[in-house]
Design a protein around this ligand. Sequence first.
Ligand code: PEP
Length: 271
Amino acid sequence: MRTPIMAGNWKMNCDNPQAEQLASAIAEQAGDIEGCEVIICPPFTALTTVADALSGTDIALGAQNMFWEEKGAYTGEISGPMLRSCGCEYVIIGHSERRGRFGSPDEDFTAELQKVFGDTDASVNRKIKAALSYDLTPIVCGGELLAERQTGQTDTVVKGQVEAAIEGLSADQVSRIVFAYEPVWAIGTGEVCEADEANRVIRLIRQTLAEAVSEEVAAQVRILYGGSVKPANVRGLMEQSEIDGGLVGGAALQADSFCELIEVAAEIKRN
Ligand code: PEP
Protein backbone atom coordinates (compact mmCIF):
# COMPACT_ATOMS: atom_id res chain seq x y z
CA MET A 1 0.00 0.00 0.00
CA ARG A 2 1.24 3.48 -0.86
CA THR A 3 0.87 6.06 1.93
CA PRO A 4 -0.73 9.19 0.49
CA ILE A 5 1.01 12.55 0.49
CA MET A 6 -0.48 16.02 0.65
CA ALA A 7 2.18 18.59 -0.27
CA GLY A 8 1.62 22.33 -0.06
CA ASN A 9 3.53 24.48 -2.53
CA TRP A 10 3.38 28.00 -1.17
CA LYS A 11 5.10 29.42 -4.26
CA MET A 12 6.17 33.09 -3.79
CA ASN A 13 3.82 33.72 -0.88
CA CYS A 14 4.31 34.38 2.85
CA ASP A 15 6.91 36.58 4.46
CA ASN A 16 8.36 35.19 7.69
CA PRO A 17 5.64 36.29 10.13
CA GLN A 18 2.94 34.99 7.75
CA ALA A 19 4.84 31.73 7.24
CA GLU A 20 5.17 31.23 10.98
CA GLN A 21 1.45 31.80 11.47
CA LEU A 22 0.35 29.51 8.63
CA ALA A 23 2.76 26.68 9.48
CA SER A 24 1.78 26.80 13.16
CA ALA A 25 -1.93 26.70 12.29
CA ILE A 26 -1.39 23.70 9.99
CA ALA A 27 0.72 21.94 12.64
CA GLU A 28 -2.00 22.48 15.21
CA GLN A 29 -4.87 21.30 13.01
CA ALA A 30 -3.15 18.50 11.11
CA GLY A 31 -0.63 17.38 13.70
CA ASP A 32 -2.57 14.29 14.75
CA ILE A 33 -4.08 13.19 11.42
CA GLU A 34 -2.75 9.71 10.71
CA GLY A 35 -2.44 7.96 7.38
CA CYS A 36 -1.26 10.86 5.21
CA GLU A 37 2.21 12.31 4.91
CA VAL A 38 2.17 16.10 4.92
CA ILE A 39 4.84 18.26 3.33
CA ILE A 40 5.08 22.05 3.36
CA CYS A 41 7.20 23.80 0.71
CA PRO A 42 7.54 27.48 1.61
CA PRO A 43 9.81 29.97 -0.20
CA PHE A 44 13.55 29.64 0.58
CA THR A 45 13.40 32.69 2.86
CA ALA A 46 10.88 31.02 5.18
CA LEU A 47 12.43 27.54 5.37
CA THR A 48 13.99 27.92 8.81
CA THR A 49 10.97 29.74 10.19
CA VAL A 50 8.69 26.94 9.02
CA ALA A 51 11.14 24.28 10.23
CA ASP A 52 10.92 25.80 13.72
CA ALA A 53 7.12 25.94 13.59
CA LEU A 54 6.96 22.27 12.54
CA SER A 55 9.49 20.96 15.01
CA GLY A 56 8.10 18.09 17.08
CA THR A 57 5.46 17.27 14.43
CA ASP A 58 5.50 14.68 11.63
CA ILE A 59 5.02 17.36 8.97
CA ALA A 60 7.99 17.45 6.62
CA LEU A 61 9.69 20.44 5.06
CA GLY A 62 10.39 20.81 1.36
CA ALA A 63 11.87 23.45 -0.95
CA GLN A 64 10.50 24.57 -4.30
CA ASN A 65 13.69 24.26 -6.37
CA MET A 66 17.45 23.72 -6.05
CA PHE A 67 20.63 23.91 -8.12
CA TRP A 68 22.68 20.76 -8.72
CA GLU A 69 26.10 22.13 -7.74
CA GLU A 70 27.16 21.86 -4.11
CA LYS A 71 28.57 25.39 -3.77
CA GLY A 72 30.42 28.07 -5.68
CA ALA A 73 29.98 31.17 -7.80
CA TYR A 74 26.30 30.72 -8.65
CA THR A 75 24.76 33.94 -7.43
CA GLY A 76 21.20 33.52 -6.31
CA GLU A 77 21.21 29.74 -6.40
CA ILE A 78 20.58 27.33 -3.50
CA SER A 79 22.22 23.91 -3.17
CA GLY A 80 21.09 20.58 -1.76
CA PRO A 81 23.33 20.80 1.33
CA MET A 82 21.90 24.28 2.05
CA LEU A 83 18.39 22.84 1.93
CA ARG A 84 19.39 19.97 4.20
CA SER A 85 20.87 22.42 6.67
CA CYS A 86 17.47 24.18 6.84
CA GLY A 87 15.78 20.87 7.66
CA CYS A 88 14.41 20.01 4.20
CA GLU A 89 13.66 16.40 3.35
CA TYR A 90 11.91 17.10 0.04
CA VAL A 91 12.44 19.38 -2.94
CA ILE A 92 10.05 20.14 -5.80
CA ILE A 93 11.86 19.78 -9.12
CA GLY A 94 10.66 20.79 -12.57
CA HIS A 95 7.47 22.58 -11.54
CA SER A 96 5.89 23.95 -14.72
CA GLU A 97 6.50 27.49 -13.46
CA ARG A 98 10.24 26.71 -13.13
CA ARG A 99 10.12 25.26 -16.65
CA GLY A 100 8.62 28.59 -17.76
CA ARG A 101 5.43 26.82 -18.81
CA PHE A 102 2.44 28.80 -17.62
CA GLY A 103 -1.26 28.42 -18.19
CA SER A 104 -1.47 32.21 -18.42
CA PRO A 105 -3.20 33.71 -21.46
CA ASP A 106 -0.55 36.47 -21.45
CA GLU A 107 1.82 34.92 -23.98
CA ASP A 108 4.36 37.78 -23.93
CA PHE A 109 4.77 37.49 -20.18
CA THR A 110 5.04 33.70 -20.41
CA ALA A 111 7.73 33.97 -23.11
CA GLU A 112 9.68 36.41 -20.91
CA LEU A 113 9.43 34.12 -17.88
CA GLN A 114 10.50 31.13 -19.97
CA LYS A 115 13.84 32.90 -20.50
CA VAL A 116 14.18 33.88 -16.84
CA PHE A 117 13.37 30.50 -15.25
CA GLY A 118 13.94 27.99 -18.01
CA ASP A 119 14.26 24.56 -16.39
CA THR A 120 14.58 21.94 -19.15
CA ASP A 121 14.24 18.15 -19.16
CA ALA A 122 18.05 18.02 -18.92
CA SER A 123 18.32 20.40 -15.95
CA VAL A 124 15.47 18.58 -14.22
CA ASN A 125 17.40 15.31 -14.59
CA ARG A 126 20.57 16.87 -13.14
CA LYS A 127 18.66 18.37 -10.23
CA ILE A 128 17.00 15.02 -9.45
CA LYS A 129 20.39 13.28 -9.36
CA ALA A 130 21.81 15.98 -7.10
CA ALA A 131 18.79 15.94 -4.78
CA LEU A 132 19.04 12.17 -4.33
CA SER A 133 22.76 12.40 -3.67
CA TYR A 134 22.04 14.77 -0.76
CA ASP A 135 19.28 12.51 0.54
CA LEU A 136 16.51 14.90 -0.50
CA THR A 137 13.38 13.31 -1.96
CA PRO A 138 12.57 14.98 -5.27
CA ILE A 139 8.94 15.74 -6.06
CA VAL A 140 9.23 15.71 -9.83
CA CYS A 141 6.55 17.57 -11.77
CA GLY A 142 5.35 17.17 -15.32
CA GLY A 143 2.26 17.94 -17.34
CA GLU A 144 0.98 19.24 -20.63
CA LEU A 145 0.05 22.75 -21.76
CA LEU A 146 -3.52 23.42 -22.88
CA ALA A 147 -2.38 23.61 -26.52
CA GLU A 148 -0.65 20.23 -26.16
CA ARG A 149 -3.82 18.67 -24.75
CA GLN A 150 -5.95 20.21 -27.47
CA THR A 151 -3.68 18.76 -30.15
CA GLY A 152 -3.64 15.27 -28.63
CA GLN A 153 -0.07 15.41 -27.33
CA THR A 154 -0.73 14.88 -23.62
CA ASP A 155 0.56 11.31 -23.43
CA THR A 156 3.66 11.98 -25.54
CA VAL A 157 4.57 15.07 -23.53
CA VAL A 158 4.09 13.46 -20.13
CA LYS A 159 5.81 10.19 -21.07
CA GLY A 160 8.72 12.16 -22.53
CA GLN A 161 9.09 14.26 -19.38
CA VAL A 162 9.12 11.16 -17.16
CA GLU A 163 11.64 9.30 -19.35
CA ALA A 164 13.93 12.34 -19.45
CA ALA A 165 13.62 12.88 -15.70
CA ILE A 166 14.83 9.36 -14.84
CA GLU A 167 17.52 9.11 -17.52
CA GLY A 168 20.62 7.42 -16.05
CA LEU A 169 19.02 6.67 -12.66
CA SER A 170 19.17 3.25 -11.00
CA ALA A 171 15.99 1.41 -9.99
CA ASP A 172 16.74 2.24 -6.37
CA GLN A 173 17.05 5.95 -7.19
CA VAL A 174 13.77 5.98 -9.14
CA SER A 175 12.01 4.24 -6.26
CA ARG A 176 12.92 7.20 -4.02
CA ILE A 177 11.22 9.79 -6.27
CA VAL A 178 7.72 11.20 -5.82
CA PHE A 179 6.12 12.23 -9.12
CA ALA A 180 3.39 14.81 -9.63
CA TYR A 181 1.17 14.99 -12.69
CA GLU A 182 0.31 18.65 -13.05
CA PRO A 183 -1.51 19.64 -16.23
CA VAL A 184 -0.31 23.22 -16.75
CA TRP A 185 -3.77 24.46 -17.77
CA ALA A 186 -5.13 23.35 -14.38
CA ILE A 187 -2.51 25.08 -12.23
CA GLY A 188 -3.84 28.14 -10.44
CA THR A 189 -6.76 28.39 -12.88
CA GLY A 190 -9.54 26.84 -10.80
CA GLU A 191 -10.05 24.37 -13.67
CA VAL A 192 -9.36 20.93 -12.25
CA CYS A 193 -8.63 17.93 -14.49
CA GLU A 194 -11.45 15.36 -14.49
CA ALA A 195 -10.58 12.77 -11.84
CA ASP A 196 -10.75 9.79 -14.21
CA GLU A 197 -8.59 11.57 -16.78
CA ALA A 198 -5.99 12.47 -14.11
CA ASN A 199 -6.08 8.82 -13.07
CA ARG A 200 -5.53 7.71 -16.69
CA VAL A 201 -2.47 9.95 -17.15
CA ILE A 202 -1.05 8.85 -13.81
CA ARG A 203 -1.50 5.22 -14.87
CA LEU A 204 0.47 6.11 -18.00
CA ILE A 205 3.26 7.51 -15.81
CA ARG A 206 3.27 4.26 -13.84
CA GLN A 207 3.41 2.23 -17.07
CA THR A 208 6.30 4.39 -18.27
CA LEU A 209 8.16 3.61 -15.04
CA ALA A 210 7.34 -0.09 -15.38
CA GLU A 211 8.79 -0.17 -18.91
CA ALA A 212 11.86 1.92 -18.09
CA VAL A 213 12.62 0.46 -14.65
CA SER A 214 10.44 -2.39 -13.33
CA GLU A 215 6.87 -3.31 -12.41
CA GLU A 216 7.91 -3.42 -8.78
CA VAL A 217 9.27 0.13 -8.71
CA ALA A 218 6.28 1.41 -10.71
CA ALA A 219 3.89 -0.13 -8.18
CA GLN A 220 5.62 1.42 -5.18
CA VAL A 221 6.31 4.98 -6.42
CA ARG A 222 3.92 7.65 -5.22
CA ILE A 223 2.35 9.80 -7.93
CA LEU A 224 0.41 12.91 -6.96
CA TYR A 225 -2.07 15.02 -8.88
CA GLY A 226 -1.67 18.83 -8.88
CA GLY A 227 -3.82 21.53 -10.44
CA SER A 228 -6.56 23.43 -8.62
CA VAL A 229 -7.08 20.78 -5.93
CA LYS A 230 -9.63 22.17 -3.47
CA PRO A 231 -11.84 20.80 -0.68
CA ALA A 232 -14.71 20.76 -3.19
CA ASN A 233 -12.99 18.40 -5.64
CA VAL A 234 -10.44 16.47 -3.56
CA ARG A 235 -12.71 13.54 -2.75
CA GLY A 236 -13.24 12.49 -6.37
CA LEU A 237 -9.51 12.75 -7.05
CA MET A 238 -8.47 10.75 -3.99
CA GLU A 239 -10.98 8.01 -4.82
CA GLN A 240 -8.95 7.21 -7.95
CA SER A 241 -6.77 4.15 -7.58
CA GLU A 242 -3.61 5.60 -9.19
CA ILE A 243 -3.65 8.99 -7.44
CA ASP A 244 -1.55 8.92 -4.27
CA GLY A 245 -2.24 12.43 -3.03
CA GLY A 246 -1.97 16.04 -4.09
CA LEU A 247 0.50 18.81 -4.82
CA VAL A 248 -1.45 21.88 -3.87
CA GLY A 249 -0.85 25.59 -4.46
CA GLY A 250 -3.71 27.99 -3.69
CA ALA A 251 -5.61 25.76 -1.25
CA ALA A 252 -2.42 25.17 0.76
CA LEU A 253 -2.30 28.85 1.75
CA GLN A 254 -5.22 28.52 4.19
CA ALA A 255 -4.80 26.15 7.12
CA ASP A 256 -8.48 25.15 7.07
CA SER A 257 -8.61 24.16 3.41
CA PHE A 258 -5.21 22.44 3.43
CA CYS A 259 -6.10 20.42 6.52
CA GLU A 260 -9.40 19.40 4.93
CA LEU A 261 -7.45 18.01 1.96
CA ILE A 262 -5.20 16.06 4.32
CA GLU A 263 -8.17 14.64 6.22
CA VAL A 264 -9.95 13.53 3.06
CA ALA A 265 -6.81 11.89 1.60
CA ALA A 266 -6.17 10.05 4.87
CA GLU A 267 -9.78 8.89 5.18
CA ILE A 268 -10.17 7.66 1.60
CA LYS A 269 -6.78 5.99 1.25
CA ARG A 270 -7.16 4.29 4.65
CA ASN A 271 -10.25 2.41 3.38
C1 PEP B 1 0.98 23.95 -7.78
O1 PEP B 1 1.47 24.94 -7.28
O2 PEP B 1 1.70 23.01 -8.08
C2 PEP B 1 -0.46 23.93 -8.00
C3 PEP B 1 -1.00 22.81 -8.43
O3 PEP B 1 -1.18 25.07 -7.75
P1 PEP B 1 -2.79 25.20 -7.58
O4 PEP B 1 -3.20 24.16 -6.59
O5 PEP B 1 -3.00 26.59 -7.10
O6 PEP B 1 -3.38 24.94 -8.93
